[in-house]
Write a new protein. Structure first.
Length: 287
């Protein structure tokens, strides 16, 4: 991925979505040739010269100070995810040894984490990397995402399932939101790890094979996946209204555990119990 192109398109799309009124600026005339703010308006709001902002929007964030980045984020009304993404883009643009730019292989699942997964019998749990590959699960986690394990040629991957498997449209109650969030997570990963060849290959595959992905990728929206609600139509046990939390794994940077829970005495809690029974049956049949 070209970091300069990423910077240029991210800043341009953020600028295009803000009207002068939203920025607190007077709108002189009605014949504006650009959607959103002009470059000189962003420069004024950020407290930098127009020439300097033009340089930034051309993709040159190398050496830009934290103060300028913060001023730029304020001018473009960036949310937390977008501010982090801007900082990641600036960090990736800064000169550093080529060796430091290369992304190492996905770290192994620590034995203690695998033991923790195995010990969790009442809640689905999975471990994924920032490319959204599922690397480890407990029994309930594998049962929850059973459809993702059907492709023997690839690691189970949320993004590939969302955009290349028609079953995903039934699996997620709100597929549009799931698709938006999936692309937003990959955008964050691409910003912080632009030299990750496996990530570049995944994005290339999805861009080639899915119009839905291409449209979303062009928006340059980002998403922090920290916790919330997940609504699923499971093919075996039906509707699941789950809560989830993400737990970064300190021993293996880049890996995250997701744990899904249900409200006590709820229909989803009953369905999770049914899912556990089904998972046990599948385990027996596989022997």
């Amino acid at each position: 991925m070209d970091n300069r192109d990423e910077i240029r398109d991210f800043l341009a799309t953020r600028r295009a979505r803000i009207t002068p009124a939203q920025a607190g600026l007077p709108a002189y005339g009605t014949n504006r040739r650009v959607p959103g703010l002009r470059r000189e308006e962003v420069a004024m709001l950020a407290g930098v010269s127009s020439d300097y902002y033009v340089r930034l929007e051309r993709g040159n964030l190398a050496g830009v100070s934290e103060q300028v980045l913060e001023s730029l984020a304020d001018a473009l009304q960036l949310d937390e995810a977008e501010r982090i993404h801007l900082q990641d883009l600036a960090r990736a643009a800064s000169p550093r040894p080529a060796r430091a730019r290369r992304r190492g292989p996905t770290p192994a699942i620590p034995d203690s984490v695998q033991a923790m997964l195995t010990a969790m019998t009442g809640a689905p749990a999975v471990v994924r990397n920032d490319r959204l590959d599922i690397l480890a699960t407990n029994a309930l986690g594998r049962a929850l995402y059973a459809d993702l394990f059907d492709d023997p040629g690839h690691l189970p991957n949320h993004a590939r399932f969302a955009f290349l498997d028609e079953r995903s449209h039934d699996f997620w109650v709100d597929w549009q939101r799931a698709a938006d969030d999936t692309v937003g997570i990959l955008r964050v990963a691409a910003g912080s790890n632009p030299y990750d060849k496996a990530l570049t290959a995944l994005i290339g595959e999805l861009s080639t094979r899915s119009e839905e992905f291409r449209v979303r990728w062009a928006r340059h929206d980002v998403h922090l996946h920290r916790g919330g609600a997940k609504k699923i139509n499971h093919p075996v046990v039906g509707r699941l209204d789950l809560m989830y939390d993400t737990l970064p794994i300190a021993q293996a940077p880049g890996l995250t555990m997701l744990v899904y829970t249900a409200a006590p005495a709820s229909p989803t809690a009953d369905a999770i119990a049914m899912l556990a029974s089904w998972a046990a049956t599948q385990s027996v049949d596989a022997r």
